[in-house]
Design a protein around this ligand. Sequence first.
Ligand SMILES: [Ca+2]
Length: 148
Amino acid sequence: MAYRLNTEQVMEFKEVFDMYAKPPVNTLSIEELGELMEAVGNKMTRTQLKNTVNSIGVFNDGRIDFPSYLIIMEDVMKDLDPKNEILKAYKAFCRADGLISTSELRHMLVTLQDEMSEDDIDYMIMEADKDHDGLISYQEFEKMIMSS
Ligand SMILES: [Ca+2]
């Protein structure tokens, strides 16, 4: 599922990009991309940066031009997708053993999202708890979110 940036976001990113991509080349090195990402609150490790840049396959002569940068930002913004937010919340809520009880999960979902009724949530959790042990593993949870 591709994330589409809106015009306003593109303009904002262009402004930031121009601050870091200095003339005459007007492109970013991986280091400069790293500084930029940190400045906009998306601090990434060098490995993450390399993986991101390599994964989009637009790594020409080791520098990132504006269209490539936009693809990277789409990728970053995709991680802010509501489903991913819920997955992140799961990781924050779950116990040390990586499990969450169905009642805690129910509470989390009722709090976090307002598209589903409580009945829908109950049904979804019942379906997700494949082994009926009253606990939802991360795998059970991820399947549930991704299929909803
Ligand atoms: Ca279970």
